[in-house]
Design a protein around this ligand. Structure first.
Ligand code: UDP
Ligand code: MG
Length: 339
């Protein structure tokens, strides 16, 4: 399958569910951890005993990752391998994996072993108990600086407050979704894909399990600070109109303040007469108002930029190569599966 886009995948009706469990792994320059990751994942999945596939989505890596993944695909029939045409970002890579996955349940997991694969059996149990979405909440995080952890926590709390849907706190992308939850997600047309928000938006019976997040097994984070800020802005502007409303309130408050100040000068001029004072006040208020206006235009610009991106209707990702799993890994003692 060559140069597939999300729209093409959608119009072809999407892949039919034929395996019980799919594991979607977005991968970007992870040559240092891939072999160890697959070894641990495989051991866990074999232990569950459901027919499974692992969908690796290579998000335009420029290290040895593509070669390693192709090797893994050649030697394991349960591995599907997709390569995007360039680095589209983790949110797009996850969207690609969710569209390619065929399982009745789909787990999304990072490749760097920060999300322990050993927790997947617990997630599958929750799914078998009837939940469509199993969220994994970070109780603690190893190997992440206190500053980054603090900012992430503050962001989760902030977006929880202002978002139109309830986005659960400290829940990353590690989660399990039932087939109907995946189908619902795949139907969402937006290009700005803040997945943590979209996972919450679809609703369905959801449950949350707590876990301790490990440190990255090897390699470095692919989310430098500025990219994280970009994701945070994407999240806020995709799930809340609060900044726009805030701009209106700021405008009203400043205008009200200016009116009160003018009234004060008017009364003062009546009582003590006029004098040419207040040059610093003039400059400060001028700069303050100018700054405020630029800020509000900036906020407006963020939303306009998003309308611009959505209006172009470009696909979320393009697939360069797709090698489907040859056969789901079957366990002989399985008879049927839930859902
Ligand atoms: N990732 C990706 N595309 C990107 C950035 C990251 O597919 O543009 C993958 C990465 O390979 C990993 C997961 O997303 O499997 C999480 O990335 P990372 O560990 O760098 O993020 P962090 O855990 O530091 O937030
Ligand atoms: Mg990580």
């Amino acid at each position: 399958m060559n140069l597939l886009s999300s729209q093409l995948l959608r119009s072809s009706g999407g892949p039919q569910p034929s395996v019980s469990l799919s594991v979607v792994v977005p991968v970007f320059n992870e040559q240092a951890v891939l072999a160890e990751f697959h070894r641990r994942l495989r051991r866990v999945l074999e232990g569950i005993g459901l027919p499974y596939e692992v969908v690796y989505v290579d998000d335009g890596s420029d290290d040895d990752t593509p070669r390693l993944l192709q090797q893994l695909h050649a030697s394991h029939p349960e591995i599907a391998y997709a390569r995007l045409t360039r680095n589209f970002g983790k949110e797009a890579a996850m969207s690609a994996g969710l569209e390619l996955a065929r399982g009745r349940a789909v787990v999304v997991i990072d490749a760097d072993l920060q999300d322990p694969p050993e927790l997947i059996p617990l997630m599958v149990e929750a799914w078998q108990d009837g939940f469509d979405v199993v969220n994994m909440r970070r109780r603690s995080q190893d190997g992440v600086s206190w500053l980054r952890r603090g900012i992430a926590r503050a962001f989760y709390r902030f977006i929880e407050r202002i978002s139109e849907v309830s986005i659960p706190r400290d829940v990353g992308d590690f989660r399990l979704l039932s087939r109907r939850a995946v189908d619902a997600l795949n139907q969402l047309p937006e290009r700005g894909r803040f997945m943590k928000g979209l996972f919450a938006w679809i609703g369905f019976p959801q449950t949350t399990l707590d876990f301790d997040r490990d440190a990255r097994a090897a390699g470095t984070t692919k989310w430098p600070f500025f990219k994280l800020v970009g994701l945070a802005v994407e999240g806020v502007t995709s799930f809340s109109a609060m900044p726009l409303r805030l701009a209106t309130w700021l405008g009203l408050a400043t205008a009200g303040g200016a009116f009160a100040y003018a009234f004060y000068f008017f009364v003062k001029a009546l009582i003590v007469g006029d004098s040419v004072h207040g040059f610093p006040t003039l400059i400060v208020s001028l700069l303050f108002l100018g700054g405020l206006q630029l800020l509000c235009i900036g906020v407006l610009g963020e939303y306009v930029a998003r309308i611009f991106t959505e209006a172009k209707h470009r696909p979320i990702f393009l697939i360069d190569v797709f090698l489907p799993a040859q056969a789901p890994k079957m366990d002989s003692h399985i008879a049927g599966s839930p859902c």
